[in-house]
Design a protein around this ligand. Structure first.
Ligand code: ADP
Ligand code: GLC
Length: 484
């Protein structure tokens, strides 16, 4: 079966969050199941070298204001189709934001162009290859099903995965025509969202199947607290909606063989983790003889991630003799809040503002626990890396966090199945309680080590979930053939 993935990010080439990790890892996990996926991405500057070594397979004289071509290339075991359109993608810095921190003003055109080119490929624009299914990711690819829907030509079925319903790609309704969208699609049952165009909504309406990245988030999406205005539509499409947990790339994230670590270690050689802990303490300017647990945060700094609550809970954390290392960037007020906290608690709180992939690996290798107090979390990957590295996740009970961490309550401890700490409701008070419980557990070294070993054996790979995606693809192809 041939698949076309369409997305705006893909690790290791270009990444701002977990979407990239998933788009980079899932095609590799599908290959042994007989699914061959090509990944279509914009040819951002970070991909210039890869594109230069590729081969042009399609071109378009005027795609949203300039010439565009598709380049087939292979890198890091991933088959890529790169949409080279310099007027849209050849710019420095963040792939979504200009240097002023605001969305690029032409994001509608940039990601409509990506979806348009993908729809062309889906309908047979390439000489030697056509997908049986298109798999679109998030709002940036949300228009693919809309372009396919409005075409008279035979089109392959489409799967849309929602990685985060908080980002919907909302744009001015006056753009319908210039984006090449039929005005017939602009209805409340179609892609209109409170007077604007909704790229993600278009995907949800017109895709054959919708998935999201955990079973709990699939349920949450149908509720007003989480659905961000699309909860009614999600309920209407419930029969076609499934929640499939993300996995992680077990090769890229392997404590036994991770070049970013000071010392490799395994569930059988846990003591070697200490050297990594020492290096994290050093890098973050924390006291080298820290007695309590070393917590870490590796995150976008946004309200989604609940890190404002953690700022308020810091006195409790520091009061227990614990330490905190924070790596992140995003919201300016949160960045400033964490920098101020590091000054207020020298030696106990260390902060590095920025994005640093190798450092994130070292922190997973050297911390005792990872804090993820998210208000909502479709899946979350850092708790999965934490499990794999024996860095026990302390998480809010929401979305994929609820589905992947087993709370160390009395029953789970008696049954010897706990792998971390969960808290609810998602409030500062409950987070403080979770920090206290974690410190209490850490003070019992035998039980803590048992939890570490259990966490490290918890399955976090792609096997089960890749098979679930394969089944969805197979279903769609069969239904499509039956409908003729
Ligand atoms: P989200 O996609 O909502 O940001 P996830 O937990 O799914 O959350 O994925 C975040 C990914 O980005 C993880 O791979 C995490 O390690 C990485 N990450 C987040 N912030 C940073 C940072 N400042 N430096 C390095 N990696 C980061
Ligand atoms: C989104 C979500 C995150 C999820 C990631 C990959 O960025 O916020 O929870 O893990 O997508 O699916």
């Amino acid at each position: 079966m041939n698949l076309l993935f369409v997305a705006s990010e893909c690790a290791p080439f270009v990444k701002t969050g977990g979407l990239a990790d998933v788009v980079g890892a899932l095609p590799k996990a599908l290959a042994p199941l007989g699914v061959t996926a090509r990944v279509m991405l914009p040819a951002y500057p970070a991909l210039a070298e890869v594109a230069a070594a590729g081969e042009e397979v399609w071109h378009h004289a005027d795609l949203q204001g300039g010439p565009a071509r598709l380049i087939a290339a292979k890198a890091e075991e991933i088959d890529l189709l790169l949409l080279d359109a310099p007027h849209l993608y050849d710019r420095p810095g963040n792939i979504y934001l200009g240097s002023d921190g605001q969305d690029w003003p032409d994001n509608a055109q940039r990601f409509a162009a990506l979806s348009y080119a993908a729809a062309e490929v889906a309908m047979g624009a390439l000489e030697n290859w056509q997908p049986d299914i298109v798999h679109a990711h998030d709002w940036q690819a949300g228009l693919v099903p809309a372009y396919l829907h409005q075409s008279d030509a035979p089109t392959p079925p489409c799967v849309l995965t929602i990685h985060n319903i908080a980002f919907q790609g909302l744009f001015d309704a006056s753009l319908m025509t210039s984006l090449g969208l039929s005005s017939a699609l602009y209805t409340s049952e179609g892609m209109e969202y409170f007077g604007r165009i909704g790229f993600l909504k278009a995907g949800v309406v017109f895709a054959g199947k919708i998935t999201t990245v955990s079973p709990t988030y699939a349920r949450e999406l149908m509720q007003p607290e989480f659905g961000m205005g699309l909860e009614g539509l999600m309920r209407a499409r419930q029969a076609d909606l499934s929640g499939i947990l993300n996995g992680i790339d077990l090769q890229a994230w392997n404590p036994e063989d991770d070049p970013a670590l000071e010392t490799p270690y395994s569930a059988r050689r846990l003591k070697a983790k200490a050297a990594n802990r020492g290096e994290v303490l050093r890098r973050f300017g924390l006291q080298p003889d820290l007695q309590g647990p070393l917590f870490c945060v590796i995150s976008r700094l946004t309200t989604q991630k609940g890190l404002d609550m953690l700022l308020d809970a810091l006195p409790a954390l520091v009061g227990r003799g614990a330490g905190l290392a924070v790596l992140g960037s995003g919201d300016k007020a949160l960045e400033a809040g964490y920098v101020a906290a590091a000054h207020a608690h020298p030696g106990a709180v260390g902060v590095i503002i920025g994005y640093d992939e190798p450092l994130s690996h070292l922190m997973q290798g050297g911390s005792d626990a990872i804090l993820i107090p998210s208000r909502f979390e479709p899946c979350g990957l850092t708790q999965l890396y934490g499990l794999r590295y024996g860095t026990l996740p302390v998480v809010a009970r929401t979305g994929g966090l609820a589905d992947t961490v087993i709370d160390a309550n009395e029953a789970a401890r008696a049954a010897k199945c706990a792998t971390g700490v969960q808290f609810a409701p998602v409030t500062t008070a409950a987070l403080e309680q979770a920090i206290h419980r974690t410190c209490d557990l850490y003070a019992q070294p035998t039980e803590w080590a048992a939890m570490m070993r259990r966490a490290m054996r918890h399955p976090v790979g792609w096997d089960v979930s890749a098979a679930a995606y394969r089944d969805i693809y197979a279903d769609l192809v069969t239904t499509d053939a039956a409908q003729g």
